[in-house]
Write a protein that binds this ligand. Structure first.
Ligand SMILES: [Zn+2]
Length: 454
């Protein structure tokens, strides 16, 4: 199957960062084979499908490097004023401890549809899944590119499925790597992904790193890091991670708000990858605007990508909204318009995300030889007009409503606004039914501050 997109505005994010005003992209199978000015295209034979790009802006599919899929079934459940320290104990653990494979699968489908409809084509789970093969089935069917991982921790104090020894945790992770990694023609990978936040022993972290090394993959963990002058519950410092030999180019750390200059130097020296989750940090009152050092990390050469986090944290996986925040919050906090320019933020959402997932040779930009993970935005929408600076429009103005067509691995998964790989209405009906069963089984109350009239 060959597909041609012709006469489009193309934001390539290639090494020269070219923006083509009248460009064409030829896709053969799952790969991009030509990206060039429309007049320079060389066609051997007539393509199987031609998309007129005259009213379209084409950009690389976004790469979201930190998402908790399962929480999509309880999106918006938690009221604003629940103390953040009680999230895990009173809400998330009861929900996670009772979730079924069907519910995990349905939550993943909902999350994938949301990501596709907002321009994301690749994601990495946070490592909070139980039935990873069931979720991999859902991701394979819907057609996204993903790295998945199993719920992994080994601290004491929980019961039932929430309790596991270090050996059990590593054994289950090894099992997922064997069963899931490389599925769907390599589109679905598996990594050791640890819960982190003080829930993992040094032996578990080292075991995860060793497993990743043995399989030639990365590994990840959540951590706030610990600034010497700031107190947080998570006491694992970057210095201590380094001392344990846990920092390297295959290490991906999420959140990472409290870092000092010496930490940034360590992260840069070891080539560590960072998933910055601005929406969740702001809603969870992590002190992002006051303490986040992500602009400095990027200046120091650290690979910083973006993560949507969770459906009770940021409450959405919309990369366009993540980019908007990443581009604006530091400008305001530092009274400096030069911080986090739109181009840098778009790199975080695309090529840096690909690097964070060790996928930069396959995705993150539109180049010959890379996979055809492409998003076509409808430029005939108010937010895209006038089309003076396409990068500014994409980062500051565009919404998911303008995402018209999405290709992943050369396959059209969103076609002129229609999801091609599942029945979307049936999905929403299933989500409503399973969500209520899921929340009831967990014993978590559904509350509203305003009277709800049935
Ligand atoms: Zn997270």
């Amino acid at each position: 199957m060959t597909l041609l997109i012709e006469h489009a505005t193309i934001i390539t994010v290639d090494p020269e960062r070219r923006i083509l005003r009248d460009g064409s992209i030829l896709v053969d199978g799952r790969d991009v084979v030509q990206v060039c000015p429309a007049a320079a295209l060389r066609l051997g034979r007539r393509p199987d499908r031609v998309i007129n790009g005259r009213r379209r802006v084409v950009a690389p599919g976004f790469v979201d490097t930190h998402v908790h899929l399962t929480e999509h079934l309880s999106r918006g459940l938690m009221l604003d004023d629940i103390p953040v320290a009680r999230y895990l104990a009173d809400w998330l653990l009861p929900l996670y401890s009772t979730v079924t494979p069907e519910e995990e699968q349905t939550a993943a489908q909902l999350a994938c549809v949301e990501m596709i409809r907002t321009g994301t084509t690749t994601f990495c789970e946070a490592g909070t899944l139980f039935d990873v093969p069931a979720v991999a089935d859902a991701v394979e069917q819907i057609g996204m590119r993903a790295i998945l991982g199993r719920w992994t921790w080994d601290v004491e104090g929980q019961t039932g499925r929430m309790q596991q020894t270090t050996d059990e945790a590593l054994g289950r992770t090894a099992d997922v790597l064997a069963k899931v990694h490389g599925r769907a023609g390599g589109r679905i990978g598996a990594w050791p992904l640890l819960l982190g936040f003080g829930t993992c022993s040094p032996a578990l972290m080292q075991g995860a790193r060793d497993l990743a090394e043995a399989h030639g993959v990365g590994w990840g963990m959540m951590n706030l890091a610990l600034h010497p002058r700031l107190r947080t519950r998570d006491a694992l410092t970057v210095e201590r991670l380094e001392a344990r030999g846990l920092l390297g180019p295959t290490t991906k750390l999420a959140h990472m708000i409290y870092v000092g200059d010496d930490d940034i130097a360590r992260l840069a020296a070891h080539g560590v990858k960072i998933a910055h989750c601005p929406t969740a940090a702001l809603k969870h009152t992590k002190g992002l605007a006051a303490h986040g050092r992500f602009p400095e990390m990027i200046d120091a050469g650290v690979c910083v990508s973006l993560g949507g986090d969770s459906a009770n944290g940021s409450n959405h996986f919309d990369m366009l909204r993540l980019m908007y925040l990443a581009a604006t919050v530091y400008k305001d906090a530092r009274l400096d318009v030069g911080v986090m320019p739109a181009e840098r933020v778009l790199e975080m959402a695309t090529i840096r995300g690909a690097e964070a997932l060790l996928l930069e040779r396959q995705v993150g930009s539109i180049e010959p030889g890379k996979r055809a993970d492409l998003v076509l935005y409808d430029a005939d929408t108010p937010e895209w007009r006038p089309l003076l600076n396409p990068v500014n429009n994409l980062v500051y103005a565009a919404s998911g409503a303008s995402v018209r067509t999405v290709l992943i691995d050369g396959r059209v998964v969103l076609d002129e606004g229609r999801i091609t790989t599942l029945d979307e209405r049936a999905l929403y009906e299933r989500v409503e039914r399973l969500s209520r069963e899921h929340v009831r089984r967990a014993g978590v109350p559904v509350e509203s501050k305003w009277p709800v009239i049935p």
